[in-house]
Design a binder for this molecule. Structure first.
Ligand SMILES: Nc1ncnc2c1ncn2[C@@H]1O[C@H](COP(=O)(O)OP(=O)(O)OP(=O)(O)O)[C@@H](O)[C@H]1O
Ligand SMILES: [Mg+2]
Length: 589
């Protein structure tokens, strides 16, 4: 007997919908893109309960007549392409004719639409079945989506908290609005104005509407063109980095995408100018002939495939590299003289630790390769070894190795400390236990303009932030006012601090990626811990500040008083010890 079934149409549609509609923000994205394709100059988005109750998108675009309004809910019904050739010359945001049918398969939809100056139609579709089409007055098109996943409860369960889903909705709209700056966008969430972006005349103006003038003035603006493509970029300075990737945006032919290769080219442009665990801010707008790019490679059109990936990579890299290096006042050395001082996977017992120190001398800078890296398998630091700290730390002599590393000679060997990690551990425990968090009241309260998504997350968590000594008030329009903050954060870059706090508050809903816990490393499983870790990072000394003897002594003493002196809150070691025996082995003695 056959075990293969042909699935019924309703189930097929639900499966197809699963690919397009991941969460409320996917619906918002598809509806906005339809409005953009209809030539709208103004798009209004209303959301209730993070889109779980209602998503309403209204535009002033071309609209549809009665026949088309009914057809638009069919699968593969599109006015945007006709044949295979068109598929490789896509100039609209949509082209597959499946967004409306997918949304309709998993929700209750009502659409009011009218061609310019004519009587409109109101269509209701519930779970993919058209219920009614009647005459109604309308201007442009309004689509209302209710009860998302009402007929697929399993999918509904995967939705995150309102706060997270709201963040994704704001993020989607921010990205579309950045690319389509000529169009005005208004977003209301539960009756509150969250975004109000009138039509702008340039990318720069739209960036200013979203991020504020100060932020945009701090970006490096670079443009280039060749016979294949043109690129416009706004890149963050090497002095204003983030701990998260929320401020990274790539657009190809006005389509917001993720692309490993373009991201790789941007990071390469910053190579050896920024620490490995920091992330640059960037906005990359690329325009190229639609024949040279395939947009039909991802169910939510989040990725594209270039005919000439290397050409795109090189173009992005070349455009950014020189501008970023120049802005950083850095000229790459002509010839790098290689090392006199190199210990590489020297001792078998340390091989699994991925232990490598490599110093490039004479050039006066230490390359990315010289950073200490820790392996997936995690560095295990035997108990006996970490306690080898000199007894009288005040009399300590140390060598500064570069970046955040110092080394202490000791009678039984050598201790290398990552002082940033050590400081992070100390401050992390202080924040968590609320000790020595002296409030520092700003003489002039500082206004900080944030991305709308970040702003919302911050104001939803004012109480929690207050527990950590941050006195913040909502000032509306994406702006907060910082009145007081812990003493140890008083020199932090306020914009980066707020943006990172928003990112960590969001990430607390997920498992902390890349920071797997083991019995030695406590899991950062609570909001408070994640926030404390982030605040600790911002309040800890950085590579550029070389600590003096007193500071190092203080760090060592305070580190020993922490509950877990072995590693920073992210699980990276704070210090390692190389015993005399190991040194002897390295020198084959
Ligand atoms: N807001 C709108 N204004 C005018 N016409 C619209 C609007 N939304 C949808 N349509 C019409 O309905 C058709 C179907 O929309 P749908 O989003 O399902 O497919 P698409 O946009 O053609 O392709 P894709 O599935 O890639 O989005 C569109 O091709 C367009 O003709
Ligand atoms: Mg569409």
């Amino acid at each position: 007997m056959s075990v293969i079934n042909i699935l019924p149409v309703t189930l097929r549609n639900k499966i197809a919908a699963g690919e397009v509609v991941e969460r409320p923000s996917s619906i918002v994205k598809e509806l906005i893109e339809n409005s953009l394709d209809a030539g709208s100059s103004s798009i209004m988005i209303d959301v209730l309960r993070a889109g779980k109750r209602l998503i309403r998108v209204s535009d002033n675009g071309a609209g549809m007549d009665r026949e088309d309004s009914l057809l638009s809910f069919e699968r593969y019904a599109t006015s945007k392409i006709k044949n295979e050739e068109d598929l490789f010359n896509i100039v609209t945001m949509g082209f597959r004719g499946e967004a409306l049918s997918s949304i309709a398969a998993v929700s209750k939809i009502k659409m009011m639409t009218a061609p310019q100056g004519r009587m409109g139609t109101c269509v209701e579709v519930i779970g993919g079945e058209a219920r009614e089409a009647k005459e109604c007055p309308a201007t442009g098109t309004t689509v209302e989506v209710k009860d998302i996943f009402f007929n697929t409860p399993a999918r509904r369960k995967f939705l995150k908290s309102d706060s997270t889903e709201n963040y994704h909705i704001i993020d989607v709209i921010t990205r579309e609005a950045l690319a389509h700056f000529h169009t005005g966008f208004v977003l209301r969430m539960d009756g509150n104005d969250v975004l109000n972006l009138p039509p702008a005349s340039s990318h720069r103006e739209r960036l200013m509407q979203i991020f504020g003038k100060d932020f945009v003035d701090g970006l490096i603006h670079l443009e280039a063109e060749n016979n294949q493509m043109s690129i416009k970029t706004f890149a963050g300075r090497v002095t204003s980095l983030r701990n998260n990737k929320n401020n990274q945006f790539i657009f190809v032919n006005k389509r917001p995408i993720k692309d490993q290769s373009i991201t790789g080219a941007v990071y390469k442009s910053y190579e050896s100018l920024i620490p490995k665990d920091k992330h640059p801010i960037f906005f990359v707008f690329i325009e190229l002939n639609p024949h040279k790019v395939d947009f039909n490679v991802h169910p939510t059109k989040r990725e594209v495939r270039f005919e000439d990936t290397k050409g795109v990579f090189d173009f992005v890299y070349q455009t950014l590299k020189a501008g970023i290096s120049k802005d950083a006042g850095y000229n790459p050395p002509q010839a790098e003289q290689d090392t006199e001082y190199r210990i590489q996977e020297a001792v078998s017992s340390r091989q699994d630790a991925g232990y490598r120190i490599q110093r490039k001398q004479d050039t006066g800078y230490i390359s990315e390769e010289s950073s200490y890296f820790y392996p997936e398998s995690r560095l295990k630091i035997p108990e006996a070894q970490v306690s080898h700290i000199p007894d009288h730390v005040e009399s300590i002599s140390f060598i500064y190795l570069g970046e955040t590393f110092v080394a202490f000679p000791h009678k039984n060997g050598l201790t290398i400390m990552d002082y940033h990690a050590a400081h992070e551990r100390i401050n992390y425990e202080r924040f968590l236990k609320k000790i020595e968090i002296m409030p520092y009241r700003l003489l002039f309260p500082q206004q900080v303009k944030l991305q709308a998504g970040e702003h919302r997350v911050i104001i939803e968590n004012l109480q929690l932030l207050n527990e950590f000594g941050l006195e913040i008030e909502d000032f509306g329009h994406g702006t907060v006012i910082v009145r007081a903050l812990p003493e140890m954060l008083k020199d932090a870059d306020m914009n980066a601090l707020m943006s990172d706090m928003a990112a960590s508050l969001l990430s607390s809903e997920f498992r902390v990626q890349g920071l797997e816990s083991n019995e030695e490393i406590e899991p950062l499983n609570s909001r408070k811990k994640i926030l404390a870790a982030r605040l600790a990072c911002h309040s800890s000394i950085r590579g550029k500040e070389v600590p003096d003897r007193t500071k190092i002594a203080e760090l060592l003493k305070n580190l020993d008083n922490t509950e877990n002196p072995k590693c920073c809150p992210h699980g990276r070691p704070t210090r390692i010890f190389i015993s005399m025996d190991e040194l002897k082995k390295m020198f084959k003695k």
